[in-house]
Design a protein around this ligand. Structure first.
Ligand code: HEC
Length: 154
């Protein structure tokens, strides 16, 4: 009798931490991970092939995002660049680039690939990675910038 009771209390002790962990993981799944993680994943999927894992760009063909003066000066254009692409020539850190970048916002059927919130998370990841220290951009800010948006040319 005694044995049974103590066995039960042990299993109850085990249940709570496990239940809490399960709940935490479920919540994290629901919220889709932290902003930085989601932004980083989108960067890997859509940008890293050209701009590089470390945001260094590729020679004189693809400009860097890490420490890029152009990016720092054109933060408000970033949502547009992501959606619609950009056509140069542009100067980044003293080097002139002139290869068009296709927009990544829409698939071949014209359907949106990235939501406004994904764009926001991507921007915050880029602005705060590889030594970049941009101001945190809010969802409202991204929405406002996108309202003014058409394919930017420089
Ligand atoms: C197919 C290659 C390619 C991909 C993929 C790509 N870019 Fe670019 N990107 C370029 C090129 C090339 C330029 C230079 C455009 C020019 O010369 O006008 C550029 C320019 C830029 C610029 C402006 C210049 C600078 O360095 O600040 C930003 C910002 C940028 N890209 C962000 C992104 C982001 C964010 C993604 C992912 C959503 C992305 N790019 C995906 C090729 C690419």
């Amino acid at each position: 009798m005694n044995k049974k009771a103590s066995g039960k209390s042990i299993s109850i002790h085990f249940i709570w931490p496990v239940a809490a962990l399960v709940l935490l993981l479920a919540l994290r799944g629901l919220l889709g991970g932290s902003q930085a993680e989601v932004g980083g994943e989108i960067y890997q999927n859509y940008c890293a092939s050209c701009h590089g894992e470390e945001g260094k760009g590729f020679g004189e063909l693809v400009p860097p995002l890490a420490g890029a003066d152009f990016l720092a000066q054109n933060q408000d254009k970033l949502p547009c660049i992501i959606l619609y692409g950009i056509e140069g020539p542009i100067e980044v850190n003293g080097i002139t680039y002139n290869q068009p970048m296709a927009g990544l916002g829409f698939d071949e059927l014209g359907l949106a690939r990235l939501s406004h919130s994904q764009i926001q998370q991507l921007i915050n990841f880029i602005q705060n990675s590889w030594g970049n220290k941009g101001a945190e951009v809010s969802r409202q800010q991204v929405n406002d910038w996108l309202k003014e948006c058409s394919k930017p040319s420089f």
